[in-house]
Design a protein around this ligand. Sequence first.
Ligand code: AMP
Length: 173
Amino acid sequence: MRYEEKIRTISNYPKPGIMFKDITPLILDGYLLRKAVREMTDKFRNRRIDKVVGAESRGFIFGALVAYELGVGFVPVRKKGKLPYEVISGSYEKEYGLDYIEMHKDAISKGDNVLIVDDLIATGGTVEAMIKMIESLGGKIEGMCFLIELDFLNPREKFKGYDIHSLIHYDKE
Ligand code: AMP
């Protein structure tokens, strides 16, 4: 079965004009979940990865599983105010104003090779903010992997020189 058959598009969610890719049917299928996580991990198995970084909340699902596959630590990126220890903050443009994300300052050490994982890359704004935080702590982005990439939003244009790996591509909404 193709992954696309277990990804449903919900029109106008969470607001008018957004075609939301709902991955919950895919992760409900144990076989496909394992296949997806393994394929997302494959390209990076023989590379030096020290940490996997994923943003809440669907980035936690895939990020933690990829980290488990690689046998490395997982770093959660959360919305502002959710992490208990000292944080570094990042911001990115949403349709209306800025959104803030945070990670613990001690989560990345200088020289760490980092893999960014999420369920989906759309405009790339979230990832761009994550990269800034990771690099300012001295981490190096070894690569990024996503289950879904929305090609029609051209996220790759923001990340020339970075290694991006996505399992599924949508060229239109
Ligand atoms: P962006 O910063 O635009 O790349 O958006 C990425 C984040 O927003 C990811 O964590 C996605 O889970 C979520 N997201 C953005 N657009 C969609 C969409 N069409 N369907 C599902 N999730 C989305």
